[in-house]
Each structure stands twice: as structure tokens, then as C-alpha cells.
Write a protein that binds this ligand. Sequence first.
Ligand code: AHG
Ligand code: MN
Ligand code: MN
Length: 335
Amino acid sequence: MSEVTAIEHLIASQRRWSPHATGQFTSLMHDLILSAKIISRNVNQAGLVDILGSTGSINVQGEQVQKLDTFANNTLVYRMQSSGAVCAVGSEEMAEPFFVPENEPHGHYVIFFDPLDGSSNIDVGVSIGTIFSIYRRPDDENYWELTPEALMRPGLEQVAAGYFLYGSSTMLVYSTGHGVNGFTLDSSIGEFLLTHPNIQIPRVGKYYSANHGYYKYWNEAAQQAVTTFSLPENRPPRSLRYVGSLVADFHRTLLKGGLFFYPEDSNHPNGKLRLMYEASPMAFLAEQAGGKATDGKMRILEKVPPSIHVRTPLIIGSADDVDQVMEFYQDSGSN
Ligand code: AHG
Ligand code: MN
Ligand code: MN
């Protein structure tokens, strides 16, 4: 195993791609990594300390807030806000983005996150994660006002995106637009070490991943598309894998190839996943690794969010598998 830490790797990559970097992004990543180490520690202690279960409150999305959701959100908001590197923070757990006051240390970056993804899996020992998406506020004449509306940028403008996976080991997988790299937390030294350099998603995968239980709520294109994976005519079927934590399902898809599919359905007319802090960062990683991501009509990275918590259908993974699904969407005229 390499002994290159995530921060060392970032500094080396900046020397190559951004020789004029000021250190602000490095400082942001340092604080983000520290937040994730703290969250990971608490996730690993779940059950031993009183951190399992619900807080009893409902978030802006109408979903039960778990104690770990709140803990992860507070940890990230505090660390990001005090990093001196960000001017605004948006989170699944906050109705509106938070702006760092002008008179406090702040920087160019805007960060969005899903502090804990896979909340329904917290209490049952299944992998969960933290997803992040980072934009840079221009400091030239394209400077944006710091209003909630001005932060609504398409995913193509992300300068970095990634996730932390709290699974069999704790991992960081991220991209700054020059490929995707994966790091594994070595808890004996408290550092993320480079274990998965330059991840490439296979063109076709062994698995498909969708909540098959909602089949009857899907439209015809979605039903037909998934049927070609589960009941193909002239080939063996693909294996189904569905964890119910996007981070875990996407991580497997990224490493092993295949398709992750969360379409719109009659209960979720715009899909369930959130564009800004679930679909967009994963789409950035998928494309950087040679895969694709679409909502069935357009490339995820080109979608301009109308508001921070907007949802989107998501079809993401191996390029050929995504193309195969798209044929059904085009044929059905869902396009
Ligand atoms: P969160 O826990 O952040 O609210 O996200 C849950 C999401 C995502 O992780 C997962 O892919 C999806 O919900 C699972 O939804 P279903 O239970 O409807 O399949
Ligand atoms: Mn989530
Ligand atoms: Mn969440």
C-alpha cells in the first residue's frame, strides 16, 4: 500500500494542475477530512454511545432526522464555517444555505453536502456516507452575489466533488476534475492513504442497482429498461445489488461497473435523490471515471438547480449500461 496521504496527493496534484493555488482549497479539504474522521469515529461507536435513533424531528424534506444526521451536519457546518476557506455552506439538513458573515474569515469556496447519506441504514449497521460538492465563487467580473439563488450553479461548474464512505473501512473518493482517486483511512495513524489511484469505471458491469420494490410505480421506460437487466432475452441476467445508501451503491458501481437507477415514480414524480448534494457530485465522479449520468432526458451535470433541495431522477454508472437504459427512454418518447 502507498504511504501517500490525501493531503500530500492533493498538494502534488496542485503543483501539476494549479501551480498558483493559494492553499485555500487544501485548507478546506483538510477541515473536510477532519470532519469526516470525527463522523466516522461516532459512526463506529454507534450503539456504544447514545447516538442511534431519531431526534424526533422532521427535516425540510419531510424526513425523520436521525441523531447521527444532526451530529454529522453540526460537525461539518462548524468546521466548514471556521475553515476560512468557504463563503457559503448548503446542506440537506438546512432549509437555506448559510453565509459566512463578511467580518469573519471566509474564502472563495461554496460547499454543499449530504452530511449523512443512507439514514435508514444507520441503526442496522449498513454502510452510510457523506457526500460533498464544491464550487468556486469567481473573484473577477463574473463574481456572484451571495444570495441563495446565485448559488444555484450547474454541476459542470463543480471544482471538486466526492464522498466519504463509512463502510467495512472508511474511504474518501473524490475528484478535482483530473480523474478520481480513492483513499482509505488508516486509523492507526489517523490518515487517509491513497489506495485507489485513477479509478476508471468499467464500460459494462456485472450489477444493476435499483429499488425493484417500486417497479409498479415506475413508468414504462423505466420498467422496460430494468427488465433488460433482470430478464434479458439472450444473455444471463445481471445480479441485483441495492443497499439503499447512495454512497454505498454508487461506490460499488464505480469500482465494479454497472448501473445505479433511481427513476421518477408515481410517489416521487421528480425522483427521490437531490440534485445538488447527491446526483451532481456523483455525476461529476462518474464522468471523471469514464462513466455517464443522466436523468433520462439530459446530462445531470448540465441541469441548473431551481432551488437547493430540488430532486432529480438518476441513471448513473458504466457508459454502455447508461446508454442501454437511454434507448428505452428515447423509444418511449419520455424524452
Ligand atoms: P438520505 O439518507 O441522505 O436521506 O438519502 C437516502 C437516499 C439515498 O441514499 C438512497 O439511494 C435512497 O435514499 C434510498 O431510497 P429508497 O429507500 O426509496 O430506495
Ligand atoms: Mn442522501
Ligand atoms: Mn442525508
